[in-house]
Design a protein around this ligand. Structure first.
Ligand code: IVH
Length: 699
């Protein structure tokens, strides 16, 4: 031991902890030992010897303190230190030019100022985040909902492209990239699956996802997965100054990176590279579905920051969707949680881009009739009829759509589709309001379809996400009258854990699964405010809207009081609500209406009585402006208004457009007028741009 420095000893202890932990998982959980017993014992001995020589370096997760193995049902959850985001899409050259213009505008850069982008293939696989501490792979996590992913460490360790140990890396480094399967490996896997009588995969992406998410890591190991690194998350030291150099650094560290990545000096260059990549698409040997552009300068990326789910500094330029012709067999009407009647095309199954498609959305009655959202003809005004030959396409992940109809093959007896004016589910009138393209069931809570869809939304991943309570279970419970509104979920244990009718006695349930469900429900009695608001399924209030409300009002109490007090179109509560950046009159009206509708509100109150709602946490609690309301006025000279606002919000401040008694700070540049006057009258602290930058530590 004498020849080991403390640094070396610490590094080796870290490696031993990770290695022995992996061996425990392989042995105990997966019944698939990955090292021999003798090697295991030797590693444990080595660990003990180092700990004896350097007692101060003994780790809190020391293998010498651990007895049993890890027992895991499903995958553990991993909270991402830096959220894993998705990308905005560009579908045309004009979209790419707009992307460049938006960035220039945000940064206050003129048309002629140099701005370099990187362009690289968008790999069609699934994203993975690899966390290295002290150069050792400690954890691998899937994206999940972006905030919380699944721990797939044991599986990731079986992928040859993923190094277990890296040298000369920052102390903490999260490498992000795409797990994918090559065409050749995919074909061979499907052949093996067929020979073994197993199920085959529809496309390489499904095969990659199915292989990575195996509870048994030996199965993952037998699947030929690969990994391209293209981004990073948590970092203790910057990798480089530019995107291009950072990826080159990852390559030096031993990661596979894509050699089709180039630097471009503007939209024309980017689009040219897009076409070069498109030409090679068929011969690359793996699936790609577009080209990703990123701002090369990492300081600029930092300034540009993020919208709620996508970075401002990157975009995916998608390849045109694949098309296929098939027959439209029927048009069904589905009723959504807000009562919208949505027509769905039932198709003769056809393969589009490697996936079998048998349903497509028909949007609404105008769309079927050949009219677009603006009332102008689409498809040359051709309507869609049952029996028609239709052209179907898939754009990325989204539901298939219908692009065209072939009138030459229309059956002689095909008749125009008559859109129902009553709800197919509850028989209530289905009406179209002025300016709404959608016909809606007026049944509200009495409509079973709406009730079930609301419940499904309530338990969905971004809402309550209750383990063991998915769409299928909700449908069953609703059909049997066990659950009609969300509050009923939280009284299931009281009603059905004991007594005459018990969950454990129902088909498909047993003692253990019933207990697990009750426990999973109890676990979600504690819920963050934004999830609760989103789960209510209020029309026009998606995840981003719910987060805006949560951040603005802070607590359920403040939110519900404000919604109860608000009047549509007037008054202080309305002004406050519509003053939230991103909340327009439509969303504001919808949330007020929902919160003030008697039956609806009673149902919400019953639910909240079952819960402990966690207040919103300011984005950055320790910043000097967290929770403060800021107003910017006059000309800002160091950054654009959009950037100033986004920066303040990322530090936990609220940015408002008008000065009131609630304003904490007015940042006034040259030319500030009435707002500065009003602030002075109200005694609101006023500072110039430099003082503001100094306050937020950016001066
Ligand atoms: S960058 C913050 N680069 O596409 C943005 N993503 O549709 C980080 N993807 O979630 C992503 N190839 O799973 C980036 N070269 C590439 C990519 C890529 C594939 C995936 C990734 C992302 C999704 C968004």
């Amino acid at each position: 031991m004498g020849d080991l420095s403390p640094d070396q000893a610490a590094a080796e202890l870290a490696w031993l902890a990770a290695r022995l932990q992996a061996a425990n998982v392989a042995y105990h959980r997966d019944d698939a030992p990955d090292i021999s017993d003798a090697t295991y014992d030797a590693l444990k001995q080595r660990n003990l010897a180092i700990e004896a020589a350097f007692p101060a370096l003994k780790r809190s997760d020391s293998p010498s303190e651990q007895v049993g193995g890890t027992v895991a049902e499903g995958f553990g959850k991993v909270q991402h230190v830096v959220r894993m985001l998705s990308l905005g899409n560009a579908f045309s050259d004009a979209d790419v030019r707009d992307f460049d213009l938006r960035i220039r505008k945000y940064l206050g850069l003129g048309q002629d100022a140099g701005l370099i982008y990187t362009a690289e293939p968008k790999i069609d696989g699934l994203s993975l985040s690899l966390r290295y501490e002290g150069g050792i792979l400690m954890q691998a996590a899937t994206r999940g909902d972006g905030a919380v992913g699944e721990n797939v460490t044991a599986n990731a360790r079986t992928i040859a492209d993923i190094p277990h140990v890296i040298a000369d890396a920052p102390e903490i480094l999260e490498v992000r990239g795409e797990v994918y399967m090559s065409h050749a490996d995919f074909a061979a896997l499907n052949r093996r699956q067929t020979d073994a009588g197993g199920k085959t995969f529809a496309n390489p992406r499904n095969a990659a996802a199915g292989s990575l998410r195996q509870l048994d890591a030996t199965i993952t190991q037998a699947r030929p997965l690969r990994f391209f690194a293209y981004a990073w998350g948590d970092l203790s030291a910057p990798l480089a100054d530019t995107q291009f150099a950072a990826i080159a650094r990852l390559a030096t560290l031993g990661f596979a990176t894509n050699d089709l990545m180039v630097r471009c000096d503007g939209p024309a260059d980017m689009i040219a590279h897009y076409h070069r990549i498109e030409e090679q698409r068929a011969t690359l040997g793996y699936d790609i579905d577009g080209v990703v552009y990123k701002v090369n300068d990492l300081d600029l990326q930092q300034r540009l920051g993020f919208r709620s789910t996508t970075p401002r500094w990157a975009i995916a330029h998608k390849f045109p969707a694949e098309l296929a012709w098939t027959r439209l067999e029927a048009i069904d009407i589905q009723v959504g949680r807000t009562g919208a009647l949505s027509p769905v095309a039932r198709l003769t199954p056809v393969t589009v881009g490697g996936v079998v498609v048998s349903n497509a959305t028909l949007h609404n009655e105008d769309y079927i009739a050949g009219l677009g959202g603006d009332g102008q003809p689409i498809r040359g005004g051709r309507d869609v009829r049952v029996g028609d030959w239709v052209q179907v396409y898939r754009a990325g992940d989204v539901i298939p759509k219908i692009k065209d109809v072939n009138l030459a093959r229309r059956p002689a007896d095909a008749v125009p589709f008559v859109f129902p004016d009553v709800c197919p589910d509850c028989g209530s009138a289905a009406i179209r309001e002025d300016g709404d393209a959608v016909r809606r069931c007026t049944g509200g809570l009495i409509c079973p379809a709406q009730a079930v869809e609301r419940l499904k939304h309530f338990v969905s991943r971004a809402a309550f996400d209750i383990e063991g309570l998915g769409a299928k279970q909700v449908e069953q419970f609703y059909a049997d009258g066990w659950i009609t509104t969300p509050a009923d979920i939280f009284t299931l244990r009281d009603r059905f854990a004991t007594g005459l009718q018990q969950l454990k006695n129902r088909e498909g349930w047993g003692e253990k699964s019933a207990q697990n469900l009750f426990d999973a429900i109890d676990e979600k009695r504690q819920i963050p405010l934004h999830r609760l608001i989103f789960s209510l399924g209020i029309r026009h209030v998606g995840e981003a809207g719910a987060a805006l409300f949560a951040n603005h009002y802070g607590s359920w109490r403040a939110f519900q009081e404000a919604m109860t007090a608000a009047k549509v179109g007037e008054g202080a509560a309305w002004d406050d609500l519509t003053g939230i950046d991103g909340v327009g009159a439509v969303m504001a009206t919808s949330v007020i209406t929902a919160m003030q509708q008697e039956a609806e509100r009673a149902s919400i109150d019953r639910l909240v009585a079952q819960l402990q709602v966690h207040d919103a946490v300011p984005v950055a609690r320790d910043s000097p402006v967290a929770g403060k309301t800021i107003v910017f006025t006059g000309t800002l000279e160091k950054m654009t208004r959009a950037e100033a606002k986004a920066r303040a919000e990322s530090l936990g401040a609220k940015v408002s457009g008008s000065v009131s008694a609630k304003t904490d700070i007015l940042v006034a540049g040259p030319g500030a007028g009435s707002k500065a006057k009003k602030a002075a009258e109200l005694g609101v602290a006023t500072m110039d741009e430099d003082a503001w930058l100094a306050l937020i530590g950016a001066g």
